[in-house]
Design a protein around this ligand. Structure first.
Ligand code: F6P
Length: 320
């Protein structure tokens, strides 16, 4: 193996640049050449490649987004398109690829491995929704950003004695909502993986005001419903003043936290060593703070398990 490629795919996440940096520096240390593939699998098929040096990644560890750019490219599910991608890699002498992205990206990494280009996936998504890993790159930064935003929302909620229902990202996964809800002192955390009782939530909020609280806060995972719809449902059971708020894509931006930088660096370094050992078709994850691997095929059958004890802790403190 002489030359490896690296790409970022799907929704961007803070820490992707730190992972690209770690891959580049580790590979160069082992005498490999590194090629950045821009715009994810779309750029792979188009042959949008740039050589990467250690200097190119020197100032990237603190930057949000991905300097290789990203794209959602469902066309890569087609075998013909996958073959075109593999041909581009062969044409440019690229022997192996590291893919940083969400679960969709793993299908691409597996397809390339099956076409003879060893590929390894790194979990890069703010959603923390990937099976067999306790952590995905960007999750901690997104939680931090959402928590900071909610702290500001609480100020205005308190001034007006209002209830705010705040939508956080995560697709069908409630991990961001659980962590941010607990960190923000929410009266209720609502996620897609668990049933909820909207009448009971309204009672909790009413009781809060009756006890002298000056605001109410519901942290709502986007996979449940829109904040505005939840507010309308909630108001059927309580006559408080309420507003819905969608935090949206701001959660994907900003400089990565220490945890994201450190974990992205560890996993990027680990992934290069897997390729040096001639391995492919693997997904890197974190377990007890250390990188591990699983067969990508296992991921397709697996289901991410969140830390649902966070909900229990919150309920014990907030329910009437
Ligand atoms: O997967 C990351 C994520 O930010 C989700 O939390 C969100 O549902 C989705 O991407 C938004 O996608 P897009 O940027 O394509 O609107």
């Amino acid at each position: 193996m002489k030359r490896i490629g690296i790409l970022t795919s799907g929704g961007d996440a803070p820490g992707m640049n730190a992972a690209i940096r770690a891959v580049t520096k580790t590979a160069i240390h082992h005498g490999l050449e590194v090629v950045g593939i821009r715009y994810g699998f779309a750029g792979l098929v188009a042959g949008d490649f740039v050589p990467l040096t250690a200097e190119d990644v020197d100032h990237k560890i603190s930057q949000g987004g991905t300097f290789l750019y990203s794209a959602r490219y469902p066309e890569f599910a087609q075998e013909e398109v996958q073959k075109k991608g593999a041909e581009q890699l062969r044409k440019h002498g690229i022997d192996a690829v590291i893919v940083i992205g969400g679960d969709g990206s793993y299908h691409g990494a597996l397809a390339l491995t099956r076409l003879g280009i060893n590929s390894v996936g790194l979990p890069g998504t703010i959603d923390n929704d990937i099976p067999y890993t306790e952590y995905t790159i960007g999750f901690d930064s997104a939680c931090r950003t959402a928590m900071d935003a909610i702290d500001k929302i609480r100020d205005t909620a308190s001034s007006h004695h209002r209830v705010f229902i705040v939508n956080v990202m995560g697709r069908e996964c409630g991990d961001i909502a659980m962590r941010v809800g607990l960190a923000s002192g929410a009266d209720a955390i609502v996620i897609p993986e668990r049933p909820y009782d909207i009448k009971a939530i309204a009672e909790t909020l009413k009781q809060g005001f009756a006890d002298g609280k000056d605001h109410g806060l519901v942290v709502l995972a986007e996979g449940v419903m829109e904040a505005e719809d939840f507010k309308n449902e909630l108001l059927k059971y309580g006559d408080f003043d309420a507003r819905g708020n969608v935090l949206g894509h701001m959660q994907r931006g900003g400089s990565p936290t220490v945890e994201d930088r450190v974990n992205a660096t560890k996993m990027g370094n680990y992934a290069v060593n897997l390729l040096l050992d001639g391995k492919g078709g693997l997904a890197v994850g974190m377990e007890n703070g250390q990188p591990n691997t699983h067969d990508i095929l296992d991921l397709f059958d697996g289901k991410h398990q969140g830390d649902y004890s966070l909900l229990d802790v919150n309920e014990e403190m907030t329910k009437n």
